[in-house]
Design a protein around this ligand. Structure first.
Ligand code: NDP
Length: 349
């Protein structure tokens, strides 16, 4: 624990190095291989660092459960192949997706620079993470990036009555000269499943736009949505179509599981989704050649106009949180910290 020790009675202040050490010790204690431990720990540190706490060290509990229940292969060895000049495939061998992505990324970037566009399919992985670290890493190399992954079938199509689609997130990254990329990343469901679970726990009603009950009627009772009902996509038929697009391009297009197949494979164990991810990279110089800088300047003008109107850019909050936590560390809820220390102790004794 950092010298500053407890930030308040309810939180524990940790430096980012301390977060990293804790994450690595928990994961390694569960027998995860060194390469997977390093890759998974880094995304958890990134989530905590950027104030995305739902994908920070809290996810160690989820990752540890996946390892403990044998849902994820601890020593999976991803293999990289090249199905076509502009395509990369990484078979994750049943392991966590982070290492598979790391192994495919350099070739994806090289192919995007060579061909103007390239795609990476990550297959046969356990995927519990946020997508923004991936599109940010590609956009930081001067490329435009998209990422998509299917999930468990919890969401009904707009106008439908039963779960079929996943929460199916979409992430986008745009390179910016001399500053962090523009990035957004969100699920296509109206709200995260965890948010509905929180309402069930506190007995609070949910808005009718979040889900339907077992008969397909709009529900305000969180339990009716979670037990037998279904979540809904955001934005009616528009979010529903986007979710379906993710389902298609991160499932059948790359030969991997649909959200329905993922939840069937889980068999009620409550584990993380199993399946694939599609990542696209486009080099602006491919279309633009020498005129890339002047065209990218137009993007900057749009960003400035957005800020000038008093709105904020997606990722702006995250980068601000990053600057602060790099200096000051992060405040982890004490109850969570204690649980994580228990996980570490339980496995290292
Ligand atoms: P949110 O609805 O919280 O939206 C997050 C995005 O919107 C961020 O890019 C955020 O930027 C931006 N944003 C939020 N508020 C504003 C605002 N007022 N103005 C401009 N931009 C804004 O995300 P979700 O709950 O839908 O998803 C959270 C995470 O869960 C994602 O990272 C997603 O990848 C992950 N996820 C992963 C799944 C998987 O199977 N692996 C499944 C589903 C979700 P900022 O960060 O700067 O706040």
């Amino acid at each position: 624990m950092s010298k500053q020790m407890e930030a308040s009675p309810e939180t524990v202040r940790l430096s980012l190095d301390e977060v990293r050490t804790l994450a690595r010790e928990v994961l390694a204690g569960y027998g995860l291989s060194d390469a997977h431990t390093a890759a998974v720990a880094e995304t958890l540190v990134a989530g905590e660092r950027d104030g995305c706490t739902s994908h920070g060290v809290y996810r160690l509990l989820v990752a540890a459960r996946s390892v403990k229940t044998g849902r994820v292969k601890k020593d999976a060895v991803p293999t990289v192949s090249e199905p076509a000049p502009a395509l990369v495939r990484v078979d994750g061998d049943g392991g966590f997706a982070q290492l598979a992505f790391e192994m495919g990324r350099p070739l994806l970037i090289e192919k995007a620079r060579r061909n103007g566009i390239a795609a990476l399919a990550v297959n046969n992985c356990v995927h519990f993470a946020a997508l923004w670290p991936e599109v940010e890493a590609i956009a930081s190399e001067g490329l435009v990036a998209f990422a998509f992954t299917a999930n468990h079938a919890w969401v009904a199509p707009a106008g439908g009555t039963r779960p079929l689609l996943g929460t199916n997130p979409i992430a986008f990254g745009w390179p910016r000269e001399g500053q962090e990329p523009f990035v957004f990343d969100f699920a296509t469901s109206a709200v995260a499943r965890g948010e509905i679970e929180l309402h069930r726990r506190t007995g609070k009603a949910i808005p009718e736009t979040w889900g339907i009950d077992a008969e397909g009627h709009p529900a305000t009772d969180a339990a009716a949505v979670l037990d037998g009902g279904a979540m809904l996509p955001f934005g009616g038929h528009k979010g529903s179509a986007l979710s379906l697009m993710v389902e298609l391009i991160a499932g059948p297009l790359i030969g991997d599981l649909t959200s329905r197949e993922s939840i069937a494979a889980d068999g009620g164990a409550g584990g993380s989704p199993l399946g694939g991810e599609l990542i696209l990279a486009i080099d602006p110089a491919g279309f633009l050649g020498k005129s890339a800088p002047e065209n990218l300047a137009k993007a900057e003008a749009i960003f400035e106009e957005i800020l000038g109107q008093g709105a904020r850019l997606p990722s702006q909050r995250r980068y601000a949180a990053r600057r602060k936590s790099t200096e000051e560390g992060v405040a982890v809820p004490k109850a969570l910290y204690d649980d994580l220390v228990k996980l570490r102790v339980a496995r290292t004794n």
